[in-house]
Design a protein around this ligand. Structure first.
Ligand code: BGP
Length: 509
């Protein structure tokens, strides 16, 4: 689609386009398990102990916790206390899980490749064939079922060796190692993968460098502003992302590469122009990431921020040109919440949620974890991103983390009793309805949207809290926060609703 001349390629009716990619989404480190099988090396995600993520909210304590937890994990080979090592056991159940996705009629599965399955130490000269085969079989199976993989190269993880020996993304040498990884997977999966994403939620590198994308690890240098390391790591990721984009395009000119942003829009707390300018600043600090990846350059806002804060990001000759020449084909993003900005936050109450303590928006309710529920904000964000960039958009994460209640009991063949287990989750269906109606509005507004992949699909281990019981799936996974349970899959009510959504291409809304 020539988006420059056809601003409303989907028509003005708001109907979802025929080729709309309905799907679900998850990440290797949260779903796979099998953390030490198939030649996989340890990744940093395998060493995040239960609750670390929710206990540490500022960068310095996260970095200190990371150093401690890595030392502890290397000394403790067992799985206890490390829920991401079990995930949802997708590594062993992927075939039947894909059958469930096919039963729902999905058109797309957004997933990620664990770098440490392909290069167990990150700096190995040769890839691990068993890891390559795992994803190849998976992609072949998806192709049989007519499900397009949307593949993230780096979703909140990297080989642990690169963290402990190299200092993670703070080290420029990691860029070259990532390029090797990107070339390996782009070449091997050429023709099987059409949509690639480079880094998940690249903006989390500076918000949660340990549990999120940055992975700086090593203990913070005393006296050094930890943001210095985060922004340096981020620059290296931008360079790696541009290189990976070039590599994919070289290997397969028809493939599409996207960036991935955690879009958190900021509303001013009041109509005081100072609050409005503060909200604009906060939005620009979120959007400078997509500015780099879509427009191909750093914005004046972030350069000024670095100057004001005394942050000095080292760049090499040629970096600017590389970024400018290798922009992405589309912009994908996650959307969970909106935030509120003010120059005087103390005047307002806080939401008290995990991850992003924020001013409470009196017009919005929040999830159990204190995240603002803001469906209309999704329409706003879609229009805003489309107006700013005029490239196709893709919602690759949106969903409700909630506590679900499992009723009934498993089949008992000795008594001839059937499996009566059910999960009634009208709140999740309502969440989807509310958000997708706003998506439909945005399409009617003229936004070019490639698809929507709901976060979870299966219940998976939460990125921010390491809980299993912060559930996002439309398919229940029978496991608790300590990794106890049968890991059986149980279709929730939302499973059947999502199937109807896909079957009717959104008419059910
Ligand atoms: C995004 C991440 C995901 C994810 C989701 C929900 O930030 O890309 O990996 O899990 O948010 O967050 P959480 O699991 O912390 O509830």
């Amino acid at each position: 689609v020539d988006t420059a001349t056809d601003p409303s390629p989907t028509g003005a009716t708001g109907a979802f386009p025929d080729a709309f990619l309905w799907g679900v989404a998850f990440a290797a480190n949260q779903v796979e398990g099998g953390f030490d099988e198939g030649g996989k090396g340890l990744s940093q995600a395998d060493v995040i102990p239960f609750r670390v993520a929710s206990d540490y909210v500022d960068i310095t304590s996260l970095m200190e916790a990371s150093a401690a937890s890595i030392a502890q994990a290397v000394a403790t080979p067992g799985t206890d206390g490390y829920p991401k090592r079990r995930g949802s056991d997708f590594y062993h159940r992927w075939e039947s899980d894909i059958d469930l996705f096919a039963e729902m009629g999905l058109k797309a599965l957004r997933m990620s490749i664990a770098w440490s399955r392909i290069f167990p130490n990150g700096d190995d000269l040769e890839p691990n064939e068993e890891g390559l085969l795992f994803y190849e079989r998976l992609f072949l199976r998806l192709r049989e079922k007519g499900i397009a993989p949307v593949v993230t190269m780096s979703h909140y993880e990297m080989p642990l060796n690169l963290v402990t020996e190299y200092g993670g993304w703070t080290n420029r040498a990691v860029v070259g190692l990532f390029e090797r990884y990107a070339r390996t997977i782009a070449t091997r999966y050429q023709g099987l993968v059409h949509y690639w994403l480079t880094f998940n939620e690249i903006n989390t590198t500076v918000i949660e460098p340990y549990t999120g994308g940055g992975v700086i690890a090593r203990e913070p240098d005393p006296g050094v502003d930890p943001r210095q390391a985060s922004y340096q790591a981020l620059h290296h990721q931008f360079v790696a992302s541009a290189s990976a984009t070039r590599i994919v395009h070289d290997v397969d000119p028809s493939a599409q590469v996207g960036c991935m942003l955690a879009r958190m829009s900021h509303y001013p707390a009041s109509s005081d122009p100072a609050d409005v300018v503060k909200a604009q600043f906060d939005n620009n600090m979120n959007l400078f990431h997509s500015d780099v990846q879509v427009r191909g350059r750093y914005s004046g806002h972030v350069r000024r921020f670095w100057r004001d804060q005394g942050i000095d990001v080292r760049m090499e000759p040629g970096d600017d040109e590389l970024l400018a020449a290798n922009t992405v084909d589309f912009l994908s993003f996650s959307y969970y919440m909106s935030l509120v900005s003010s120059v005087a936050p103390e005047k307002y109450g806080a939401t008290g949620g995990n991850l992003f303590s924020t001013i409470k928006n009196p017009h919005l309710s929040t999830t159990e974890w204190g995240w603002h529920l803001d469906p209309e904000g999704l329409r706003y964000v879609l229009n805003d991103l489309w107006d700013r960039y005029q490239v196709p958009l893709f919602i690759v994460e949106n969903g409700l983390g909630a506590t679900d209640v499992l009723t009934g009991s498993p089949a008992d063949p000795t008594m001839g009793a059937p499996d009566t287990r059910r999960v009634h989750d009208p709140y999740r269906i309502d969440y989807f309805v509310q958000h997708l109606r706003q998506v439909r509005e945005a399409i009617a507004d003229g936004v070019n949207l490639l698809g929507y992949t709901a976060w979870g699909g299966l219940d998976i281990v939460s990125a921010s809290t390491s809980q299993m019981t912060k559930r996002y799936g439309v398919i229940y996974v029978d496991a608790d926060d300590d990794g106890r349970g049968s890991f059986d899959r149980i279709r929730k009510d939302s499973f059947y609703w999502y199937k109807r959504l896909v079957d009717t291409n959104g008419e059910v809304l």
